[in-house]
Design a protein around this ligand. Structure first.
Ligand code: CTP
Ligand code: MG
Length: 213
């Protein structure tokens, strides 16, 4: 089956304080790492960039300008995905440590029949519903999973899920909303998303093979 990755790198990095996907990480930019693994794992890669940004990383099939929200940026990428792609894998440029094994695992789950597949890890902290500073309730952690990218989908299902230009924090939520069958594969604790400066320090430590202590 023909696979195409969309690597979304058009965010503003508000919580980090800068477009974190372009900061240096061990001799390359954060997004370069994400695109390199996508390119090693998929037949095509579409990278989605902020306006007025030129791609300076590993080879890609296409680079396009993104939108105001992540979902819009994914749609900008979708428009550049080759028509003959069977499986589309959406990946955050802010996850530089994803492995090609993880890409292969989500693609394999779709190739064997799922509409979508996402890496997931059990939630280890206790989770509470809070209003202001007041705890409303403690959420039952049983069955709660934290979900990562890369997320793989049957191409026609992902295109349909985005057809009405909906918004969600990940693509699986849009496929779920259509009634699509989304499965989980084992997530990777090393596959962190760079959100704050501390995450970047952690990524540097993980890449150097050391621990973050
Ligand atoms: N993203 C995107 N287009 C947007 C918003 C986000 O391509 N309009 C991308 C980001 O570049 C990132 C991924 O989606 O690779 C996950 O988003 P997030 O971690 O929230 O990054 P930002 O939106 O840039 O950060 P923040 O929410 O702190 O502003
Ligand atoms: Mg964001």
């Amino acid at each position: 089956m023909r696979t195409c990755a969309i690597v979304v790198a058009a965010g503003a990095g508000t919580r980090f304080g800068a477009p974190k996907q372009f900061v240096p990480l061990r001799g390359a930019r954060v997004a370069h790492h994400a695109v390199a693994v996508a390119g090693a794992s998929c037949d095509d890669v579409v990278v989605v960039l902020p306006a007025d940004t030129t791609w300076d990383g590993p080879p890609v099939t296409a680079s396009v300008t993104g939108g105001v929200t992540r979902s819009e940026s994914v749609r900008c990428g979708l428009a550049a995905v080759p028509d003959d792609a069977d499986v589309i894998v959406v990946h955050d440029a802010a996850r530089p440590l994803a492995s090609s094994a993880l890409f292969r695992a989500v693609v394999a789950a779709v190739e064997t029949g799922a509409d979508g597949a996402v890496p997931a890890l059990p939630v280890s902290d206790t989770v509470k519903q809070v209003e202001g500073d007041r705890v409303v309730e403690t959420v039952d952690r049983d069955g709660l999973m934290a979900v990562q990218t890369p997320q793989a989908f049957r191409a026609e299902v992902l295109r349909k899920a985005h057809a009405e230009a909906p918004e969600a924090t990940d693509d699986a939520a849009l496929v779920e909303a259509l009634g699509g069958a989304v499965v989980v594969v084992d997530g990777d604790p090393r596959n962190i998303k760079i959100t704050t400066a501390l995450d970047l320090e952690l990524a540097m430590a993980l890449l150097s093979g050391g621990d973050a202590a």
